[in-house]
Design a protein around this ligand. Structure first.
Ligand SMILES: Cc1cc2nc3c(=O)[nH]c(=O)nc-3n(C[C@H](O)[C@H](O)[C@H](O)COP(=O)(O)OP(=O)(O)OC[C@H]3O[C@@H](n4cnc5c(N)ncnc54)[C@H](O)[C@@H]3O)c2cc1C
Ligand SMILES: NC(=O)c1ccc[n+]([C@@H]2O[C@H](COP(=O)([O-])OP(=O)(O)OC[C@H]3O[C@@H](n4cnc5c(N)ncnc54)[C@H](OP(=O)(O)O)[C@@H]3O)[C@@H](O)[C@H]2O)c1
Length: 542
């Protein structure tokens, strides 16, 4: 529901955590690896600092530079790209089309040519290298620089920012672009540290690669990361054991090459500009939209034909191009689920697997949890070297030095354990920073949010303000709106999801509540514009 690079527009700060727009200016953190002389930083007159060199941080840097500000980025990783620099597991790939997963800056897109409709992680890394080359970004980025603390100093209206490397800098504004899915979620499994083979989270796949030939490998987790790992390593390993808690209601990606000539033609016809203007007008920031009528108003023939064509189109069409009432009407949702189930079951030869991978009773309403995009995932389970363990039936009890014990006494043994267990979403990376202000502060930004922040900073500059913070009642009103919109849909029918933080239940680090704005991009942008147009009335300025 909140996808494409633009999906972070619709992300929102959870209650009890800082409102994003609390107190910013520009600020940057630094790294001991780069041996930045402290004096260099102190000679800057409180440069704005942005944390992260992901999609959002890079765009923010570009926009603020254009405002004439001297901005620096502090990035914990060793290179640019955020998600795409960090996640190197086999098969990592986008789940939205290349044409929408890129910057809408003409100076960038005009000379870039994509290879795949859904680019691989490697292709996106190449894209970020190209973006850096075009926009000359790296000169303002300090890599290997993890921000650990940010303390607001009220008398001076400055942030005191500290890093893991012991650096300390001051800045007027601090922008957190720390990513919604950047802090890995390590499951709370007994004796995990006693495993003697290699064990890592999917986002920490060894960057130098890993030869899996002849290895016994286990994967815990069947979310989007898990299914990409599983379908890509099954043919390489000696044996693969998949520990599944919830089946992934995955959709076929329908991958293809993105024809070079077609891209040239699209540019000649000025289609790119039309595409970028269209995206924020759609509910989820995709090029397609929900159907204009509910399922219940369509004829049986029309329903069936639509679903067949969406299935064939692949990607998220069957999710984000579907009838809008699949998200609010459980009976309609069941129909969509039954269609999905029949398509998937037809691909699995072993009938014993049908109930595990595509059960009669849906594990949760279709689309309430983000479906993965797959290419050959379901067929993997028919392979002789692959076993599926249903951890709802036989829960994991503990890790052993060479495997994993499940209820009933069975021990599954393997050499490598991959934790494709997801992320401490939205606020995870922010809470890791010791942020101290009058109230906390939060989340990530992507282009339209960056534009909003840029305009806001310009407003502050023009009006000689040095501090901006959301008012408590404005935060509460925003939270109420989020919850009210969410209450009209079926989100609460899902036991475990990173949209609500319920995936953290076992670690219990925060309350479970809808964390994302699910009212669609146009409404979200309207609300953002309103907040600025009314003179930032929801904020305290000084
Ligand atoms: C495997 C994977 C695939 C995805 N595929 C898609 C997709 O196809 N389409 C889509 O729209 N979205 C996708 N997403 C979501 C993706 O995260 C966003 O599309 C986008 O990359 C977010 O950009 P960002 O800059 O907000 O955050 P990120 O790319 O997550 O960047 C955040 C950066 O902040 C840094 N950071 C965090 N904390 C600190 C700190 N304390 N100090 C310094 N640096 C810090 C991190 O190192 C990281 O580099 C995917 C996510 C994952 C995990
Ligand atoms: N471009 C892409 O295709 C792509 C690829 C990867 C990620 N992403 C993005 O990142 C998001 C997160 O994806 P993700 O796969 O990393 O995380 P995720 O969707 O949260 O999936 C985590 C998986 O781990 C399982 N799990 C967690 N703890 C477990 C435990 N203790 N025991 C057993 N199973 C456990 C979960 O089961 P439950 O379902 O039961 O909780 C789930 O199957 C996606 O929704 C998507 O937005 C996109």
């Amino acid at each position: 529901m909140f996808y494409s690079t633009r999906y972070t527009y619709v992300y929102y700060n959870p209650p009890k955590y800082p409102a994003r727009r609390s107190s910013f200016d520009l600020f940057l953190l630094a790294s001991s690896t780069l041996r930045i002389p402290k004096s260099t930083l102190h000679t800057h007159k409180f440069p704005p600092i942005s944390i992260s060199a992901g999609f959002a941080g890079l765009y923010q840097l570009y926009r603020l530079r254009a405002l004439g500000l001297s901005v620096k980025i502090f990035e914990a990783a060793s290179g640019i790209g955020g998600t795409w620099h960090i996640n190197r597991y086999p098969g990592v790939r986008t789940d939205c089309e290349a044409v929408i997963y890129q910057y809408d800056l003409e100076e960038v897109w005009k000379d870039w040519t994509w290879k795949d409709k859904y680019p691989s992680g490697e292709e996106i890394q190449a894209y970020f290298r190209y973006v850096d080359h075009k926009l000359d970004l790296k000169r303002d980025i300090y890599f290997n620089t993890r921000v650990t603390g940010a303390k607001w100093d009220e008398p001076s209206h400055l942030w005191n920012v500290s890093t893991a490397s012991g650096l300390f800098v001051r800045a007027r504004f601090l922008i957190l672009c720390t990513g919604s899915l950047s802090k890995p979620l390590i499951p709370n499994i007994k004796d995990l540290s006693t495993f003697e083979g290699r064990c890592f989270h999917s986002s920490h796949w060894p960057q130098e690669g890993l030869d899996l030939t002849g290895k016994h490998v286990a994967v815990i987790g069947t979310g989007s990361s898990g299914i990409q790992v599983i379908e890509n390593i099954a043919s390489q390993v000696r044996h693969l054991t998949v520990f599944q808690r919830t089946p992934n209601l995955a959709l076929p990606i329908n991958q293809s090459r993105f024809d070079e000539k077609e891209q040239v033609k699209m540019k000649e016809m000025d289609l790119y500009n039309h595409i970028f203007r269209r995206l924020p007008q759609t509910f989820a920031g995709f090029l397609y939209e929900f159907q204009p009528i509910p399922f219940t108003s369509a004829t049986t023939e029309a329903q069936r034909l639509l679903w067949e064509s969406q299935w064939k189109a692949g990607g998220f069409h069957f999710w984000l191009g579907n009838y809008p009432d699949i998200f609010s009407d459980e009976t309609v949702n069941r129909e969509a689920y039954a269609f999905w189930r029949s398509k998937v079951r037809a691909r699995i030869r072993n009938p014993a697997l049908h109930e595990k991978l595509a059960p009669i009773i849906p594990p949760h309403p279709f689309g309430i949890k983000q479906p993965g995009l797959e290419q050959g995932y379901f067929e993997v389970f028919d392979r002789e070297n692959v076993s599926l363990v249903d951890v709802k039936e036989t829960p994991i009890e503990q890790v052993t030095p060479n495997g994993l014990a499940v209820r009933g006494g069975t021990i599954h043994t393997f050499d490598i354990l991959v934790l494709a267990t997801g992320f401490d979403s939205f606020t995870g990376a922010i809470i890791d920073i010791d942020i101290r202000l009058q109230r906390p502060n939060s989340t990530s930004v992507i282009p339209r949010q960056s534009d909003w922040i840029t305009d806001c900073l310009k407003f502050l500059q023009d009006n000689d303000y040095t501090r901006i913070e959301t008012k408590r009642d404005a935060e509460e009103a925003w939270r109420y709106l989020i919850l009210e919109i969410a209450s009209k849909r079926l989100w609460h029918k899902c036991e475990s999801s990173w949209y609500t933080g319920s995936n953290l239940a076992s670690t219990n680090t925060r309350p479970v509540e809808m964390l994302a704005f699910s009212g669609g991009l146009p409404l979200y942008l309207e609300k953002c514009a309103e907040a600025a147009d009314n003179g930032y009335q929801g904020f305290e300025l000084s």
